[in-house]
Design a binder for this molecule. Sequence first.
Ligand code: EPU
Length: 440
Amino acid sequence: MSSVLTVRGGVPLAGRLEVRGAKNLVPKAMVAALLGSEPSYLRNVPEIKDVDVVTNLLKLHGVDVAKEPETGDLRLDPVNAKTASTADIDAHAGDSRIPILFCGPLIHSIGEAFIPDLGGCKIGDRPIDFHLDVLRQFGAVVEKRHAGIHISAPKGLKGAKLSLPYPSVGATEQVLLTAVRAEGNTELRGAATEPEIIDLIAVLQKMGALITVQTDRTIRIEGVSELSGYTHRALPDRIEAASWASAALVTRGDIYVKGAKQTDMMTFLNTYKKVGGAFDISDDGIRFYHPGGKLSPLVLETDVHPGFMTDWQQPLVVALTQAEGVSIVHETVYENRFGFTDALVRMGANIQVHRECLGSGQCRFGQRNFLHSAVISGPAQLSGTEIDIPDLRGGFSHLIAALAATGTSTVTGIDIINRGYERFTQKLEALGADFDITSR
Ligand code: EPU
């Protein structure tokens, strides 16, 4: 049975909600617990699907994962870590991309890892070549097997001099989780430095790791033979916070997001203000609202941190359909992240996607066949329609378009949204959205 959301649009979303630990940090901090010689404690853990997937994978590998019923805080005890059957791993990996980050920690704790073919949102090819390249340079032996890869390190993992062709978030995390207990020193050039990565480094430092981040995207790690456990409160989810901020703008609403953190969202806040959104920052969160009047178009490029996040792009594009004039958005992180605009066009938005790099310099996808620049002309009246959610962020943007549209929309595939938005239907209810959920 799957759930169907019937949304009656046109109601400004107003009220309060809370964002908890970041989807792009929490599962990785859980994997890091495998590196310790004693239990770790993780706080501010959201109820999202990636947390369930990693919990199951850790349990299969002998890690005792216990949840505080009231708070959802986790205790992760790796002392009995063991090999798991490849069939079980495959069955529990779901459509998450996190399993690839088990490589280093599993080799350190049990000598080998099996990584099933990965899932995740269909927003580009999403290869794992950077991951496998760095693992090989640490001395790992990677064998392709049916439905996945087997990785071992008969001669142990040794520190290496590494350089990434692009500042990949996942590959940087792969290096961190492998190098901290490898023999000797590791130098990583071209590293990603997203706040979620810095929070993972904070977790590893609490465990006893020695990691230095330089200003030029170089990270240095001095390997140690043993790590302890950690106690850590996950940083809040800045993607979810920005998604609700865009929802406030699109529906001409007013949303207080408890947990939203200014220092992790500075680039987003600048853009939000330029479009015509308003915000008030307080100690424990940020109020985002439409101050009245017209929204302004802009030229925007997504980029790695400290640039405008690719995951902030989709909900903001919905706001740009309501701005007076022509906006250009150049997606430079993923080659195929504008598929979600088809549904917006069916709802009445004026959006064309192009193969050229528009609005600024050339990116890796220029002169290739990728529709990675969007031209959005507004304002457009959106009308309700039938929508099948394609991916996490695109799906959220469809949802807020439906909430702003005139008439009724029928939205299927909403389980995908649970991957990154904790209890989103409860939050929508608290914000006064007019919708029903039925099962089909
Ligand atoms: N890339 C390669 N080879 C690799 C790895 C990456 O070519 O081996 C390319 C990717 O295809 C992409 C670019 O490098 O074009 C950046 O990918 P990255 O590795 O940074 O992404 P990721 O680690 O797979 C994480 C988040 C994504 C987020 C990106 C960028 C998690 C679980 N996922 O993905 O989040 O968009 O970083 O910030 O942390 C989302 O939350 O909806 C989401 C997709």
